[in-house]
Design a protein around this ligand. Structure first.
Ligand SMILES: Cc1cc2nc3c(=O)[nH]c(=O)nc-3n(C[C@H](O)[C@H](O)[C@H](O)COP(=O)(O)O)c2cc1C
Length: 218
């Protein structure tokens, strides 16, 4: 099994990377392969809302000039996904938001291939706002039928300058426990899903509270 971890910090070797690494080490110790992809600091576009993905249904976003499509492809191949972002003004970075919007729409447009994959989110923060950033990432999982791995505390590491999160021993403990829980969940799903196949959700009912004849995707 494979987990893809996305680092949306522009500081490639910074605190978010340190936290993701820590989770990945625990996953590797439990026979799960990991790959960290860096999208932070790269030029990315937000979703255009053009709905081209719903017309084409080819598991791609129409914007092919940036790193997001490649990243979506990796997420679709993986068994588990970790989203990592520093907390910026109590939220995720621009790069992470672009990934959430575009991966979410591409998945919804294509019969939701992200459903059933285990999701986890981590954030690095100097002082405050991390809860909101975590929620922003969890929102992707909770609309796409992705079981969410949790830890013994919220998945937050404290630090300002690169490497400082390594001094937050409780934060590191949370990352270790997150890795263990995620590995457990993935192994349980793998061994149990033959007997209990994943319940693909019914999305046939769609309300649009302005125009009932014109349902929307989200
Ligand atoms: C634009 C910007 C906004 C930030 N907003 C917050 C914030 O809202 N709360 C906070 O505690 N730290 C904030 N920080 C600090 C970062 O969250 C912190 O330095 C974090 O460790 C960076 O992670 P990284 O090394 O992976 O980039 C902000 C930093 C930047 C550059």
């Amino acid at each position: 099994m494979q987990v893809v971890a996305v680092n949306a910090s522009p500081r490639e070797g910074g605190n978010t990377h340190l936290l993701l690494n820590r989770v990945c080490e625990r996953l590797q110790a439990r026979d799960i392969q990991t790959e960290i992809i860096h999208i932070g600091g790269k030029p990315v576009h937000g979703c255009r809302g053009c709905r081209h993905c719903f017309e084409k249904r080819d598991r791609n976003c129409i914007i092919r000039s940036d790193v997001i499509n490649k990243c979506i492809g990796k997420l679709l191949e993986a068994d588990g996904v970790i989203l990592g972002s520093p907390t910026y003004f109590s939220d995720v970075t621009t790069e992470m938001k672009a990934l959430i919007d575009r991966a979410g729409y591409v998945s919804l447009a294509n019969d939701n291939p992200l459903a059933g994959k285990v999701g986890a989110a981590v954030t690095a923060v100097r002082r405050a706002g991390a809860q909101h950033a975590l929620h922003s990432m969890h929102h992707l999982f909770s609309i796409l039928q992705m079981p969410v791995a949790t830890s013994t505390y919220w998945n937050i590491g404290y630090g300002a300058t690169p490497g400082e999160a390594g001094l937050d021993s409780e934060g590191l403990q949370s990352m270790d426990n997150l890795g263990d829980t995620m590995a457990w969940l993935m192994h349980c799903i793998e061994s149990g899903s033959r007997q209990y196949p994943f319940p693909k959700g019914d999305r046939s009912r769609r309300m649009n509270f302005i125009r009932p004849d014109r349902p929307s995707a989200t």
